[in-house]
Design a protein around this ligand. Sequence first.
Ligand SMILES: [Fe+2]
Length: 390
Amino acid sequence: MDDVHGTPITFRTPDVRFGATVASEVPAALDRYGVDRPLVVTDEGVEEAGVLSRVTDPVERPVETHYATTEPGTDDFEDLPLDDVDGVVAVGGGSAIDTAKVAAVLAAHGGHPADYLGVGRVAGPTAPVLAVPTTSGTGSQATQTAVLAHEGVKRGISDEHLRPTAALVDPTLTEGLPAHVTARSGFDAFVHALESLTARDHRWVPERPITYQGANPVSRPLSRQALTLAHGSLERAYADGGDRAARRAMSLGAHLAGAAFSTAGLGVVHALASTVGGMTGRPHGECLAASVRPGLTYNLPARRGEYAVLARDLGVTEAATDDEAAAALLAECDRLRAALDLPGSLSDLGLGTDDVGAIVERTVAQDRRIATNPRTVDDRLRAVVAAAFD
Ligand SMILES: [Fe+2]
């Protein structure tokens, strides 16, 4: 598959600082971007853990604070203190960062969050957004998307104007995370790496929704490094939250995975997880854990060779045939999920055989996610979803 003519690739990233102590650089960043009256978006757990004060105490200027909900919805933005705000600082996990992105859009352009659902509906730039992640998971600090619940369905706002201006990624902020949050968010990062790495090749994604271009020469090395870091450190961070080397590896891995999937896109595992998340209200990381086997099984006819290479690279098989090695990658996902005490199946989320039709229908309808899946997602998905309940 020579690409001698060179299919163009777009790659965008916030200004990034990574490392222990960079969370203390918020005042300098606000100076650099000319922000005098920031809105801080966080959540109560981050404040109670003492993480918020580490970030905002040195900020010697008037600060408004907004507390994001765990699963933000389009109706959660009514009482935002946006008057005179000239920048937004997010201190939290994906929900806080996504809320901050939408707050910046509303401050710049007004209207209601529902007006912006979909792709490319933000009219122009926003005030600077500075993201300080406190989990190692969504990688939202690197992406151009916010996920919001709207009328009971998880929807996305995707637009280049949502990508944060800057990200300060400080692994020491994650050291006090509870183990179950480490597991859920870390599994999300692991799946971001795996799905972006094995997404449809960018040359075969002719209609490019925003910058989800398919796996490409820029995204693949980031995905591969993210996968190695997450696979090698997630269980250690789960078992011992104070393991600084593991926290650092997860923090970098989650960030790189976010940067990679924001240009490559994801696939059917995320589409399935988003469907069952809407149906059950269970956290994203749990829905991914239940969706990873059916999703990868669906993709096997298109990605057997790649899965086999990954299983060998990760050192989880010595199998001679690609069939066996690819099966070993799926088995390793199962083993990791079980080691993290995450749900093993769609039944564990409370779904049953009566739900198969709805799961397939709603997953096939997710154009944005499935456009970059390596195998066209259609009614053939029914067989693997039905098999998940056997
Ligand atoms: Fe995700």
